[in-house]
Design a protein around this ligand. Sequence first.
Ligand code: SAH
Length: 215
Amino acid sequence: MTNLELIEKLKCIVLRSEEIEEAMKEVPRELFVPEECLEEAYGDYPIPIGHGQTISQPFTVVVMTEMLDVEPGHKILEIGAGSGWQAALLGHIVGPEGRVFTIDRNEELVKIARENVEKTGLNNVEIIHGDGTMGLEEEAPFDRIIITAATPRIPPPLTEQLKEGGKIVAPVGDMFRQEMFLYEKTRMGLRKTLNRGQYKFVPLVGRHGFRCRVW
Ligand code: SAH
């Protein structure tokens, strides 16, 4: 399958936004998969990127990006950079006035994601090594936050670092099954506003994630 074929397929089932379509064309997934999987780059499924992690399925990336309701100029925080594709798509959509910060706890993946994003020519995407459940205090507040790993709850520091009126998209549940929720921050705190169904992500670990031996 080619990138255009994948995009056409996704347009039939989920892809509505022209901005996301444009981003998928300009930020091709093949730049973010391991060399030995190049032929699979445009299959609509997750692909292993090493270290027990995966690059997300295109269908899921489209759903989450659409839910996030991104506008040019937004400042976005992603938790779980992986090989960097989601962050780079967001970087394209927010444009030169916007910025994307993405955190990964795996140092090797941070290196890979930096190299991948570099290939796209985007210079508004920053990849940071650390525990994303603590957010990124020094760059807060954010317009949007996206968690691309399964999480038992929204880590409190992320709620604090979101602007009032800002949105969070995250797969929330247990280690085996999560539901894709959209939250909006009001004066009263976080409010769940949308549920786009069930997904299966690799776990978010760290201080406010799942208790895992690996962290
Ligand atoms: N967004 C990626 C997919 C991410 S896979 C894409 O565009 O394809 C989930 C990632 O979350 C993994 O790389 C894993 O290392 C990372 N992760 C898990 N717990 C984390 C934590 N506490 N902080 C930062 N990253 C974490």
